[in-house]
Design a protein around this ligand. Sequence first.
Ligand code: M6R
Length: 614
Amino acid sequence: MCGIVGYVGHRSACDVVVNGLRRLEYRGYDSAGIAVPDGDRVAVAKKAGKIKNLDALLAEAPLPAAGTGIGHTRWATHGAPNDTNAHPHTSADGRLALVHNGIVENWAVLKADLATAGLVPTSETDTEIAALLLGQAIDAGADLPTAMRQVCQQLEGAFTIVATDAQQPGIVVAARRNSPLVVGVGDGENFVASDVAAFIEHTREAIELGQDQVVTITADGVQVTDFAGAPAEVRPYHVDWDLSAAEKGGYDWFMRKEIHDQPEALANTLLGRHDANGRLTLDELRISEAELRLIDKIVIIACGTSFYAGMVAKYAIEHWTRIPCEVELASEFRYRDPIVGPRTLVVTISQSGETADTLMGIRYAREQGARVLAICNTNGSTIPRESDAVIYTHAGPEIGVASTKGFLTQLVACYLLGLFLAQVRNTRYDEEIAAVINELEEMPAKVQQMLDDHDQVLELAAEFAEAESVLFLGRHVGFPVALEGALKLKELAYIHAEGFAAGELKHGPIALIEDGLPVFVVVPPRGRDLIHDKVISNIAEIRARGARTIVLAEEGDDEVDAYADVCVRLPMVSTLLQPVLATVPLQLFACELATRKGHDVDQPRNLAKSVTVE
Ligand code: M6R
């Protein structure tokens, strides 16, 4: 949550920082602000609301030219989203400015200490406490990096802090604990930011920072230490996508672009992961095959959409490997004394790699001796760094707040993991594994087919634009798809939407059915699946009570015709893989319906892309 940028170099810091903020706006859009050195003090411009409000302010009152600057786009935690609480915050004498992502948990104690020294914040934020402390340390004679280290040692909680001091021009200092921060290494210029999107137009060379590190950037150098001042080890890496991936490419929304990116994203996730005979090699797996043979339980932890990917994974992994597999919301996991130990494989799924609930779950699991494998889309992020192994999803940057290609590629990574475990533990014949891999390889084309035939879904969105409530039903792996369809609609269209296990309906939720209520139903493929017929019965039950049924069923499944008011056809695929296809129309439906309602699809209200607070 919150996007942070810092810059030192030969360009206009104001332009670089504000453009960087624009690319990070998906992380929070309650307010935005920027600070640059201006003589002995910092000049600050900040404004509640989206970056366009800051743009207007800067157009009226431009900041002085400078080669050093910091900026922030906020997702409010402490204090309302207004101009005063917007970052940057300054020291009491206005010589330095600071921006922050995270929560300083001991801010109240620190505030009381500052009051005894006559330092009283003007905002309601925890951040200003850090700014005042930093000012105090500088007044006591420390240089900016030293002062930052001193302050970090006093702060508790999660924080990334970036600061600039007008009286030490040409440097920006940043620190991180439990919140994201990467360094961009340019030619005669350097950057710090919450993620690489902020500087991707200037450089693709990045440095991943570790926990509890302080980085000082100048135009020509990057220096990293721990909080005690000792030089720290860092990992440089090359970003494997470019500016075009972080732009809308002609679409009205990032989300719509990302839905259409899915065939390529799936192909990239599969690339290089198996040989011609379907034998899998997951090369980022730093857990030995011998260890994987000893695993007696898998626990998947994740949040939101990633949790639903985990639900699908449970069906696939248990079916292919016969290893008991639990799925749990990361925010619940560590608070209930879960049973995990050295023979447990904890699998975490996270698009951003920064979700605080998931990260805390990982730390807890590792303390219990479990091995942790992350499925993640973001190179350089915290979750893979703190895991024993990682399978990257290679979806490219996902900027729309609602996850789309992140989800589909997570599904594929989960399937690959399940098949790999089956291969290592000999729970499936090689030919069976190869057959599923062949089917996975067909998925990009099948998803493309769904995208090419999307007019029907767009018409549905027009028909239901005024609906007050929409239900989604599914069974088996169709159940998490139903949950995902409902989440997309809630977060984008702000209408009541619920996903249910179709078989549970008659245990309560069927009371919600009334005349004309739109209900999407995911129908599993026919073949030998008993659940197909059960779901048909469930559709009959709700239709008899007046529901308008939108049925997602495979091509040629004419048994559904009698019960479907509308039938959206899915290319044929085996049951376990069907979520990859069935999710696509639900994504398109939510995106289109929210567009028709005039909502900001990429930046839905109250949300932020990367949830870095618990
Ligand atoms: O980055 P992560 O996958 O860890 O994020 C988890 C959730 O916050 C995320 O999936 C969220 O639910 C999305 N807004 C869903 O579209």
